[in-house]
Design a protein around this ligand. Structure first.
Ligand code: A3P
Length: 287
């Protein structure tokens, strides 16, 4: 399997069905969290089905096979399944409807009719938290050696020199489409602050209605500690004693702990200011 460049057209030209459900996000932005929420809401809160079938089987991760050849050592197999996905762009047309799709590609690299055809759910997260989480993910999937320091990683991150980058244009492309009737644009920080209202928003987009009791139970299921326990969500070779975990901390604003020198703090501020000054995008206030 060649890299993304060799399959860009295959992905861009994929067929889209009106009952597809697409989750689009930059890596480490809450994709998995949103996938679980969406799948349960669409499948009438089938907790048994969710427990029995890993997310890697419930969603087609369309570009996945092209990613593994872009990194030297390749990602290891997922904890209890055959990999980070079972289905991808190669067998996408054979899948039964409704298809659940996950992608870390930006909208501009996805089928141009996507948004006018199917429901799209985008999740964005404060890039500084993404940077920290992405750093540990690179070690988890052995893209980078474990001794790579955050300061070294940040040098590449701020210049958009990592997988799936550039980051800000990825978010902005979706942000500009946030009012499209098929687009539900969410923030990780919003899910942290008020998961119930995100459940309401997503239910509405799916045309589903649930009672307060059902919504409360779902919010409990989606709680970080509960999701962390789920064996269907284990990926990579987790190290118990470090932060090299797929479900690592599940916090917002925790980036301050890693940007821990004056130099890093100044750079983080500059990075945010430079990008945000060009757009009307704002991340939710955590207070
Ligand atoms: P951290 O590394 O900051 O903990 P993605 O699925 O897009 O790769 O995002 C992974 C990030 O989402 C990780 O962030 C992970 O812990 C966090 N996450 C996953 N499920 C979560 C949940 N139920 N609650 C809060 N954060 C969650």
């Amino acid at each position: 399997m060649a890299g993304y460049g060799d399959h860009a057209a295959d992905i861009y030209n994929l067929d889209v069905r009106p009952d597809d459900i697409w989750v689009v996000a930059f890596s480490r932005s809450g994709t998995t969290w949103l996938q679980e929420l969406l799948w349960l809401l669409e499948n009438n809160l089938d907790y048994d089905g969710a427990a029995k079938t890993p997310l890697t089987k419930r969603y087609a991760f369309i570009e996945y096979p092209t990613m593994s050849s872009e990194v030297k050592k390749g990602p290891p197999t997922a904890g209890n399944s055959s990999g980070a996905t079972v289905d991808d762009f190669r067998n996408f047309h054979t899948l039964q409807s409704p298809r659940f799709v996950k992608t870390h590609l930006p909208l501009s690299l996805l089928p141009p009719k996507l948004l006018d055809t199917a429901k799209v759910f985008y999740i964005a997260r404060d890039p500084r938290d993404v940077a920290v989480s992405f750093h540990f993910m690179h070690k988890l999937f052995r893209y980078f050696d474990e001794d790579v320091q955050f300061t070294e990683f940040w040098e590449l991150f701020k210049k958009d020199l990592l997988l799936h980058m550039p980051l800000f244009p990825h978010i902005e492309e979706a942000w500009t489409k946030r009012d499209h009737p098929n687009m539900t644009f969410l923030f990780y920080e919003e899910m942290q602050k008020d998961l119930c209202s995100v459940i309401d928003k997503v239910s509405k987009a799916l045309g589903k209605e649930y009672t307060n009791e059902q919504k409360k139970k779902l919010a409990e299921h989606l709680n970080f500690e509960n999701m962390k326990k789920s064996s269907t969500l284990k990926y990579g070779k987790e190290d118990k004693d470090t932060e090299i975990k797929f479900m690592r901390k599940g916090l917002s604003g925790n980036w301050v702990k890693y940007f821990n020198t004056d130099e890093l703090k100044r750079e983080a501020e500059e990075y945010m200011e430079t990008h945000l000054s060009k757009t009307d995008l704002t991340f939710p206030d955590l207070a």
